[in-house]
Design a protein around this ligand. Structure first.
Ligand code: MN
Length: 427
């Protein structure tokens, strides 16, 4: 992370905040004022550690971390997820970190973002674990609620880590985990890709790092983690549960309280003057890290049906989750509708999808609206699919998890192309 901050500082403004601020609500208040800036909070009332935020809150910064242009992000993610690179460089935690001690969570500047939050939440913590059956490593980001000095609970959605702890629980065993905080955005992004349960996300991260990634051997658990600022070691206890929530999700609305597994910490490691990475819920950093890795999946699914797909974006206004815009070079009448069906099924949380021609910039909301205003006839160009499975994050979804999906084909009819030509673009 501190290596990336140097690169970031050379290319973007980093706002250094010297005034004293509290982790309780104040940090979040300042983050909301600067949605696209990188921030470093130097003076935290409750602890000696600094907080960093916004290191990957724009597509440009993420592209920089991946060593590509914004237009190359999707292809780079596809390349990395299809070609994980095994890691053979290891070092011990006690050599990498300056401080190793018993866990004391009050030493960390964990923010409480909003008044109704269930408590202080770690939001950039990557949980690393190994499958008790196969030994395959998993790395994934979870929101983590601090319960006490050495106790946490985390929202663990039914994916790989969930499968791991259930397998451990069925053998009456705890599941060893490590929580890494403060790493390079490309590594963070690798942990949010939807690869198969037999693929190690850290090997995807190693592809981003051109095979040069080195891992740190933990001290009290049999796990290896990426280089980070703060490392917590511990285990998910079998059968124990605690109330997790409320907490704000991608949609800027409160998620419900659930009973989630309890994490018992055994060890903490810090780099010298560690930089604690805090991600504001529903902020750009959160939306991009969660949503961006879904774009390649949609791109690939659309490409299978319409090979001339140009670009896919989960738009900011759609929380980088519920709305997709797809641009294509239309070759056959009806391509737009097929794209809609492919996109809606590739990302099950997708609710609305708009398809446009390649002369429309899908990163520009005004351009998208222009396409809908001038190229859509409601009776011909809109598909409505009622009662489809939707996103649990969508406040308008029904209690059985279904929603209505809508696709808008905003592409030009092939036989009247000149009528739709944008004159200012032909000059
Ligand atoms: Mn996995």
């Amino acid at each position: 992370m501190r290596e990336f901050l140097k690169t970031l500082g050379e290319n973007y403004r980093i706002l250094e905040i010297e005034e004293e601020v509290s982790t309780y609500l104040q940090i979040c208040e300042i983050m909301r004022k600067y949605p696209k800036e990188a921030l470093i909070f130097h003076n935290i009332r409750e602890t000696n550690m600094k907080i960093v935020s916004g290191i990957c809150n724009t597509r440009e910064k993420i592209a920089k971390a991946m060593g590509v242009d914004v237009s190359g992000i999707i292809q780079r993610i596809v390349e990395a997820t299809e070609n994980p690179v095994p890691i053979d460089r290891y070092q011990d935690a006690k050599n990498f970190f300056e401080v190793s001690k018993k866990p004391e969570m009050t030493e960390l500047p964990v923010p409480t973002y909003y008044k109704k939050d269930g408590g202080p939440y770690i939001t950039a913590g990557v949980i690393i674990a190994k499958d008790p059956d196969t030994g395959v490593r998993n790395a994934s980001i979870h929101r983590i609620l601090v319960l006490g000095e050495d106790r946490l609970t985390a929202r663990i959605v039914p994916r790989h880590l969930h499968t791991y702890y259930q397998r451990a629980e069925s053998m009456d065993e705890p599941l060893e985990i490590a929580i890494a905080i403060g790493m390079n955005p490309a590594t963070l992004l690798a942990t949010t890709t939807s690869v198969s349960i037999t693929t190690d996300e850290l090997e995807v991260a190693n592809n981003f790092q051109m095979g040069e990634m080195s891992l740190i051997n933990c001290e009290t658990v049999d796990l290896e983690v990426p280089e980070c600022e703060i490392l917590l070691e511990g285990e998910i206890l079998p059968y124990e549960r605690a109330a997790e929530g409320p907490f704000v999700d991608l949609t800027d609305t409160y998620d419900v309280v659930r009973q989630e597994p309890v994490i018992q910490l055994s060890r903490a490691h810090y780099r010298e003057n560690p930089l604690y990475h805090a991600i504001m819920p529903a902020g750009n950093e959160h939306k991009l890290l969660q949503g961006l890795p879904q774009e390649p999946r949609i791109f690939q699914a659309v490409q299978n049906t319409v090979p001339t797909v140009k670009n896919v974006v989960l738009t900011d206004g759609g929380c980088c989750w519920l709305h997709a815009a797809v641009s294509i070079q239309k070759q056959t009448q009806g391509d737009g509708k097929n794209v809609i069906m492919a996109a809606l099924s590739a990302h099950p949380s997708l609710k609305h999808c708009v398809v446009v021609d390649e002369d429309v910039n899908i990163l520009d909301p005004e351009d998208l609206e222009y396409a809908m205003a001038t190229r859509v006839k409601g009776d011909d160009d809109i598909i409505i699919v009622p009662l489809a499975r939707g996103s649990s994050l969508d406040p308008s979804a029904t209690s059985d998890g279904t929603t209505t999906k809508v696709g808008v084909d905003a592409t030009k009819p092939l036989d009247k192309k000149e009528k739709y030509e944008r004159v200012s673009q032909t000059l």
